[in-house]
Design a protein around this ligand. Structure first.
Ligand code: URA
Length: 435
């Protein structure tokens, strides 16, 4: 259609009828939406048509490109260290980002983690860091670059200039039941990651009751889609599918997760959390061409030292006491035996109801609220012993949090089979690490 602008109603009809959108139609739609020249209800209709009809690889690539073009791209070329980032699709108790940035930086890479706040029952990395007194998550592009050069890692908010069309699209998807679409999720995540300027990326795609993708097959499809999109845009991408049927580690909640992250950075912490962190760190270091052993960086204090430097560089006090909840209540085991199941989603919803998460983007979150899992699958418990600890400042929230936990923990006679945390690796062949 040379010389003429596409008509949004024709674009919607084409997608509705299963036709492939042209590059010009996609470019125009995203640019016009970002500029407020097409109505929300029209783009909502298009999103629903995409939800049902999907996108071809060519459409998806162009859609992602168009979102990228709606904003700026960070230029991280010229840093003295190789850049590598990680993105998680989100899970209950998933504090891995807090540990990974400093850990991988301590091994020699630059980790630019431009993160977001949480929505729903999975917590956001920035909400966790905000519980550290003084911590500043809004940095300028120059501060990000300087900190990557001096400290090696930064965890801060993605500025409004990066892929701004995605924020508008996401807000619309959120209220129109169109979030759970693999191409739309892939484009949303990858446009932001490509825009942030990293040259390689490890994706942690969570699958299970506490994750966006409850089925492993869906998670694998999302992972393959994102790996393909990254490669198409010149990014080295590897994805790990990891289990999210039970909370990761023992805590879900902002300050509670910072405490647990520092335990891991100090060489301790729960086994499942350490295993996922090290698996992701090894992939990141492989992509960066660095042959260091991340387990050693946890043991020898170098990862912890890097965490402290990062917190100080961003205005925080790594030694300051973190907020603690005014009220703590326990849930007790109703019989003796071994824990066979602890449902991640129920724990996430309980932490959210206690105040750790938000329902709308503008809601405040509580730093101290959350749930501590005193018993997890495989642990033996005695009848009447505390198995879960509920933390919160607002006593009126506890009843609803307890309601979310009804039936979430099962106790039996025999331990559950040992379940691996890393389920599958999807992506490029491993590189031989540099000596
Ligand atoms: N996270 C994102 O950034 N986008 C999505 O669509 C889903 C999760």
């Amino acid at each position: 259609m040379p010389g003429t602008e596409p008509d949004i109603v024709d674009v919607i009809r084409s997608k509705r009828d299963g036709l492939e959108l042209s590059d010009a139609e996609i470019d125009w739609t995203i640019a016009a939406f970002a500029a407020g020249r097409v109505a929300d209800e029209q783009v909502a209709a298009l999103l629903m048509a995409i939800f049902w009809r999907g996108m071809s690889p060519a459409e998806l690539s162009r859609w992602t490109e168009a979102i990228l073009s709606s904003g700026e791209r960070v230029d991280l070329s010229g840093l003295s260290r190789p850049t590598v980032d990680k993105h998680s699709t989100g899970g209950v108790g998933d504090k891995v980002s807090l540990v990974l940035g400093p850990l991988v930086a301590a091994c020699g890479a630059a980790v630019p983690q431009l993160s977001g706040r949480g929505l729903g029952h999975t917590g956001g990395t920035l909400d966790k860091l905000d519980s550290i007194p003084g911590f500043r998550s809004t940095l300028t592009a120059e501060e990000i670059r300087d900190q990557l050069e001096t400290v090696g890692c930064v965890i801060c908010a993605a500025g409004p200039g990066l892929a701004p069309a995605d924020s508008k699209l996401y807000a619309l998807r959120d209220v129109t039941g169109t979030v759970e679409s693999i191409p739309l999720i892939a484009a949303s995540i990858m446009s932001k990651k490509i825009a942030e300027g990293t040259s390689s990326l490890v994706l942690d795609v969570k699958v299970g009751s506490g994750a966006f993708m409850t089925e492993r097959s869906q998670g694998a499809e999302l992972a393959r889609t994102m790996v393909g999109l990254g490669s198409h845009h010149g990014l080295d991408v590897v994805a790990l599918l990891t289990a999210m049927d039970t909370p990761l580690g023992r805590s879900a909640g902002n300050a509670l997760e910072v405490v647990e992250s520092v335990e891991v950075l100090s060489g301790g912490g729960p086994r499942d959390l350490v295993d996922v962190t090290l698996a992701l760190a090894r992939e990141m270091l492989d992509l960066a061409g660095i042959g260091a052993d991340p387990a050693r960086a946890l043991e020898d204090g170098s990862a912890l030292a890097c965490w402290r430097e990062m917190v100080v560089a961003q205005g925080g006090d790594p030694d300051a006491p973190l907020p603690r909840a005014r009220h703590v209540e326990t849930v007790r085991a109703d019989c003796s035996g071994v824990v066979t199941r602890l449902d991640a989603r129920s724990v996430g919803v309980a932490a959210w109801r206690l105040g750790a998460g938000r329902a709308r983007k503008e809601d405040p979150v509580s730093a101290s609220a959350g749930v501590v899992c005193l018993a997890k699958p495989g642990d033996e418990v005695q009848s009447g012993a505390p198995v879960l600890e509920l933390h919160g400042d607002d006593a009126s929230r506890f009843d609803r949090a307890r309601a979310a936990l009804v039936g979430s923990l099962e106790i039996g006679d025999t331990p559950p089979p040992a379940a691996p945390v890393v389920l599958e690796r999807i992506g490029n062949p491993r590189r031989a690490p540099r000596a």
